[in-house]
Write a protein that binds this ligand. Structure first.
Ligand SMILES: C[S@@+](CC[C@H](N)C(=O)[O-])C[C@H]1O[C@@H](n2cnc3c(N)ncnc32)[C@H](O)[C@@H]1O
Length: 193
C-alpha cells in the first residue's frame, strides 16, 4: 500500500472532490490522484505543481477562501515547517476531511537528521506529529506503517501522549504507542469499511 493508494482510497470511500498537495516535485503522486479539483503547490519552478509557491505563501493568500476535503503534506520535511503546514491545513480542511502526512516513520536516526545527511531521508517531521498528539485532544491521529509512515489526521478525539520525548532513541522505543502506528490492514478496517 502506497501513499497514493491511501489517498485515493480515502477519496473514493468518502466521495471527496477537492485535494491539495503540499510538495509535488515530479508529480508521481499528484498525477495519480483521482479527485475532481486538484491543487498542487511547490516553489520549485521545474515541479509539476499547479501553483509555484511555498506552503506559507499559499496559506497566507488563500486562508478563509479555499477549503479542501483532503490535504497531503509532503513539502519541506522539517519539524517547524510541517507543524505550520498541519496547523494551516486544519484551517482549510472541511469538517469531515482528512490530512495525510508523509514520512512520519524515519528509517533510523541518521535519516531524520536536519540538515540532511543521508540519501534516504524523512526529515524530523515526526516531531510535529508527536507534538500534536500531545496537545490536541480534538484530533484523531494515526500513522499507517507503510511508504515511510503515512500520518492520518481527522477531527475527532484522542488520548494525549504524556511527556513525549523528542530525542530520537526515546522515540524509537515508544513510537508504536506514541504515534499510534497501525498496519495497512488496520487502516482498511478503520477507514474504509
Ligand atoms: C518529497 S518531494 C514531494 C513528492 C511528492 N509529494 C510525491 O509524493 O510524489 C518534496 C517537495 O517539496 C517541495 N518543497 C520544499 N519546500 C517547500 C515548501 N516550503 N512548500 C511547498 N513545497 C515545498 C520541494 O521542492 C519538493 O519538490
Amino acid at each position: 500500500m502506497t501513499r497514493t493508494d491511501i489517498i485515493n482510497s480515502l477519496i473514493k470511500k468518502n466521495n471527496y472532490t477537492s485535494y491539495l498537495e503540499i510538495g509535488v516535485q515530479s508529480g508521481v503522486n499528484f498525477k495519480a490522484i483521482e479527485a475532481e479539483r486538484k491543487i498542487g503547490i511547490d516553489p520549485d519552478l521545474f515541479s509539476k505543481a499547479t501553483n509555484h509557491c511555498t506552503s506559507d505563501e499559499f496559506f497566507k493568500k488563500w486562508k478563509g477562501l479555499l477549503h479542501f476535503d483532503i490535504i497531503f503534506i509532503d513539502g519541506l520535511h522539517e519539524y517547524l515547517q510541517v507543524w505550520t503546514d498541519i496547523i494551516n491545513s486544519l484551517e482549510m480542511l472541511n469538517p469531515n476531511g482528512v490530512i495525510v502526512c508523509h514520512d512520519m516513520i524515519p528509517f533510523d536516526e541518521m535519516s531524520q537528521r536536519v540538515p540532511r545527511v543521508t540519501k534516504r531521508w524523512t526529515g524530523d517531521c515526526w516531531k510535529a506529529f508527536l507534538e500534536l498528539k500531545s496537545k490536541r485532544d480534538d484530533l484523531d491521529m494515526k500513522v499507517v506503517d507503510t511508504d515511510c509512515g503515512c500520518g492520518i489526521i481527522k477531527f475527532g478525539e484522542q488520548k494525549l501522549v504524556e511527556n513525549p520525548s523528542y530525542v530520537y532513541e526515546e522515540f524509537e522505543k515508544n513510537k508504536k504507542e506514541w504515534m499510534n502506528i497501525i498496519t495497512p490492514q488496520e487502516f482498511k478496517d478503520l477507514y474504509l469499511c
